[in-house]
Design a protein around this ligand. Structure first.
Ligand code: PSU
Ligand code: MN
Length: 335
């Protein structure tokens, strides 16, 4: 039908644009190189589902070797559900979209000696030829650059407790306000100020959708006491909202918050008291800025005897499952 021919043409034009974008970055005139794994660029040019994955969660979010194992398992969950995984990191100064097993191994064993790279750090890491593990903000930036619409992670950054003194608000929230990528996460940890994180996302014009629930999840637990204005009940539901947001060219991101599976949810009060202690210790040792989140994550894990790490791994895998299904539903819709 003419309508489907038009749709095909439209898609062809979008893809040409995507391919050109990559080419431009790799171009002779351009000085900047972005390496896109061939499996990823092929999938993108065929309009197939691709899921971006971040790398700070590997370097700073989990200890070795669980980080490597989780990264590999997350990639295979994405594949098993019909999408191509694209883990994003900066290696020797080259932004890479899609890592080989060797590259994943390298990043996982580098751990915290890879630089935690948010948007503000990208140019510095590239210019110095360093290794950078991308946070949510930097990963969104590169995903959007190569037209990957879906990105899966564990938890995003947010408004820190004591924000009124430190003014510490994660650049993840601002990135969500200005980069059109849908981020699948398990909400934010209560190391952060959750109600104010949601207020800030509203200010930034970000649609926050909760998956099969009316409440924003708090990473380790299914509930946070905060309601969201958008509930989604299926991958297709998510795909419709993403598609509408992109077609309207709203320009901002979307947050899809998937609660941790009930059987893995960590005991609320144990986590809560660990978070309390961790924050107290961070204050006493004057740990602030970009060092705060990795410090709190590691401390909470120590204090809970690894229970929080197990929960973290389980929810990331669950997010990968949901994210891959959303990516497939979106690719179907765009056919
Ligand atoms: N929260 C988590 N796990 C993580 C992070 C946050 O539960 O691994 C990482 C993500 O990479 C996120 C970053 O983008 O920390 C936010 O850091 P900051 O709070 O410094 O903006
Ligand atoms: Mn910060």
């Amino acid at each position: 039908s003419p309508a489907s021919r038009l749709a095909n043409l439209r898609r062809h034009l979008d893809l040409t644009e995507a391919v050109n974008k990559v080419a431009q970055i790799n171009g002779i005139g351009g000085s900047m190189k972005v390496k896109v794994a061939s499996e990823v660029s092929q999938a993108l040019s065929l309009g197939r589902a691709v899921v971006a994955l971040e790398s700070t969660i590997i370097s700073h979010g989990m200890p070795y070797p669980q980080n490597l194992q989780t990264a590999i398992e997350v990639e295979s969950i994405v594949r098993e559900n019909g999408a191509v995984p694209a883990t994003i990191a900066i290696l020797d100064g080259t932004p890479c979209v899609g890592l080989s097993l060797e590259e994943l191994e390298r990043l996982a064993s580098l751990g915290t000696s890879a630089r935690k790279t948010a948007r503000r750090d990208i140019a510095n890491v590239v210019a110095r030829g360093e290794n950078g593990a991308t946070t949510v903000s930097a990963t969104m930036f590169f995903a959007s650059m190569v037209n990957i619409p879906i990105f899966v992670t564990g938890g995003i950054g947010g408004v820190h407790r004591h924000w009124e003194h430190s003014m510490d608000i994660s650049s993840d929230l601002v990135e969500l306000g200005r980069t059109p990528v849908a981020v699948v996460c398990a909400g934010v940890k209560s190391i952060l100020d959750i109600p104010r994180t949601l207020e800030y996302l509203e200010t930034q014009g970000v649609c926050v959708a909760a998956y099969k629930t009316n409440e924003f999840p708090a990473f380790f637990t299914e509930t946070s006491g905060c309601k969201v204005s958008c509930r989604v009940d299926s991958p297709e539901d998510c795909a419709c909202i993403i598609d509408a947001s992109f077609k309207l060219k709203l320009g901002n991101g979307i947050l899809i918050a998937v609660p941790i599976p009930q059987e893995h949810s960590a005991s609320g009060h144990i986590i809560e008291s660990a978070i309390h202690k961790a924050i107290k210790e961070a204050r006493e040792n004057n740990i602030t800025g970009s060092a705060e989140t990795p410090f709190l994550l590691a401390k909470v894990n120590d204090l809970t005897g690894g229970a929080s790490l197990a929960a973290n791994i389980a929810l990331v895998k669950n997010n990968a499952l949901v994210g891959a299904k959303v990516a497939v539903a979106l690719a179907e819709k765009r056919k």
